[in-house]
Every structure is written in structure tokens, then in C-alpha cells.
Design a protein around this ligand. Structure first.
Ligand code: IPD
Ligand code: CA
Ligand code: CA
Length: 265
């Protein structure tokens, strides 16, 4: 498989999609809700997903597509080449702030991540990696991730997980938050993952994400020696919803062993 050829097309389409999103900023959005009143979708989320699907189907007709808005294929396994696409990650931010959102795209072959692309449209920052060929932010190659202690780290997580909830014993996270240098919450899983890649934060934790939230970021993080698992320390399957712990190499182990493993699962 010529991954560089596929990557060239993917990056070109992501840039075109970014232009479409930027051009929408002064137009009225059609906003709808999905599973609950805070689960938002706009006409742009749908249009951008359809844009990618048309491009992929015309250029790579044998590839499968798993897209958040459901215009792709009914993907039940990762056999062959599968594109996993979130046309706009951080839709709430897109609607309310017109920033802090991203296009996220991962290309997998038989379940192995090959290409990861995340485009921070508002800042013009394109994060990309081909497995084994380095990870980049625009033209700058990102250095491998270093070890860091909890005390020196900034951890991205949503305040929801520090309140009583039915996904995790929130008491496990309170000592971690107290010990860390700081916490941040950006409301876009894709960007929170690449912020670990650039060292803007050191770890990102979430209790429930979908394959399209994490597929692109995983390729980029792993290329830099970072670790991506669920909060039980298991690999993600990119077919089902799961929790997420992304961190620099040593920090991942510390968070698992000293905080999360204290819980009863
Ligand atoms: C959401 C964002 C958010 C995360 C949610 C996701 P969407 O994606 O990544 O940060 O907390 O769980 O669903 O719906 O804006 O694509
Ligand atoms: Ca998303
Ligand atoms: Ca989305």
C-alpha cells in the first residue's frame, strides 16, 4: 500500500474541508440536536463528512469509511483499509466559539493505524503522521515525547469526571488533579490528543469517546512514543465507545498504577 500517496490526498482534502468550514463562519448554521440537548450537529458537520466520503469513494473505491454522521459504511470490523472520520470534533465549540474544533481523520489497515491527520482549522495547524515516518505540525517535525512527573504535568480532562458519575469512581481522579501542576479542558478530544503530542498538555483523560474522536490522534501520539489506552490500560478497538487515557510514556504508567488501578473495576 502506498501510504504516502494516500496521505497526500488525505491532507489535500482536509485543507479543502478547512476552507469550506472557514467560509461558513459568516453564514447561518442549521443546528440540530442528536442523542441529547447538548449533543449538537450542524449542516457543516454533515456536508464535510459527505465531502470526504465522495472524495474517498472516487479515489479509493475499495476502502471502507466509518464516519460520525453516518454517511459512510456500516463498519463492523477493521479488515482492509478503513478511514475513520470526525468531520468536526468539538461541534459545540464550533457553534459557540468558532475555534477549538478540528477535523480528525485516521486511516487504518487491518486495525493498525497508518495515517493520522488532525486539522485545527481556526489556528491553521495541521497535525499529521504516517506510521513509522514521524509526526509533524505543519512542516515542523515533532520531537519524541519525554517522561514527566505528575507534579510537573498539565492534565486535560472534563470537570464532569470529578463529579459523581456512573463511568468512574470520581474519588480516583481527585488526588490526581490535586497533585498535577494544572488541568485544562478544551472540549475537543482530537485537539486534546494532539496537545499531548506537542507537549502543550502531558495527558488527556476521558470516560466516553467514539472511534472517530480518537482514531487520528492515536496514530500521531504513538508515532511520538506516547501511550494510548482506555482507563483500564487496554488497547482501543476503534469500533466501540470507550474511555481514554493518553499520556507521555512514563506518565501513563504512573497514572495507571498510582491512581486508576486503585479503583475496583
Ligand atoms: C465531542 C468532543 C468532546 C468530547 C465528546 C465528543 P463532537 O465530539 O470531542 O470534547 O468530550 O465526548 O463527543 O461531538 O464535537 O464531534
Ligand atoms: Ca468528536
Ligand atoms: Ca463530530
Amino acid at each position: 500500500m502506498d501510504w504516502e500517496y494516500i496521505d497526500l490526498h488525505a491532507k489535500q482534502w482536509v485543507m479543502e474541508a478547512g476552507d469550506k468550514i472557514r467560509n461558513s463562519f459568516d453564514k447561518t448554521l442549521n443546528i440540530q440536536t442528536k442523542s441529547n440537548p447538548n449533543d449538537l450537529v450542524t449542516n457543516l458537520d454533515k456536508e464535510i463528512e459527505q465531502f470526504f466520503i465522495n472524495k474517498i469513494r472516487n479515489t479509493f473505491p475499495y476502502h471502507k469509511i466509518l464516519g460520525e454522521e453516518g454517511y459512510g459504511d456500516a463498519v463492523s470490523n477493521l479488515d482492509g483499509v478503513v478511514w475513520i472520520i470526525d468531520p468536526i470534533d468539538g461541534t459545540m465549540n464550533f457553534i459557540h466559539q468558532q475555534r477549538n474544533f478540528a477535523i480528525s481523520l485516521g486511516v487504518y489497515e487491518n486495525g493498525i493505524g497508518k495515517i493520522g491527520i488532525i486539522y485545527d482549522v481556526a489556528h491553521g495547524e495541521l497535525y499529521h503522521a504516517i506510521s513509522g515516518k514521524g509526526a509533524f505540525m505543519n512542516d515542523i517535525e515533532l520531537p519524541p515525547l519525554n517522561k514527566v512527573t505528575v507534579k510537573e504535568s498539565i492534565i486535560a480532562l472534563n470537570a464532569t469526571w470529578l463529579l459523581e458519575n456512573h463511568r468512574i469512581d470520581h474519588n480516583l481522579l481527585i488526588p490526581l488533579v490535586k497533585e498535577a501542576r494544572g488541568t485544562r479542558s478544551y472540549g475537543t478530544a482530537a485537539l486534546e490528543m494532539v496537545f499531548v503530542a506537542t507537549g502543550r498538555v502531558d495527558a488527556y483523560i476521558s470516560m466516553r469517546l467514539s472511534p472517530w474522536d480518537v482514531a487520528g490522534g492515536t496514530v500521531i501520539i504513538e508515532e511520538l512514543g506516547g501511550v494510548v489506552t482506555n482507563i483500564r490500560g487496554n488497547k482501543l478497538d476503534f469500533l466501540s465507545k470507550d474511555s481514554l487515557l493518553v499520556a507521555k510514556p512514563g506518565l501513563h504508567q504512573t497514572i495507571m498504577n498510582d491512581y486508576l488501578k486503585q479503583g475496583k473495576w
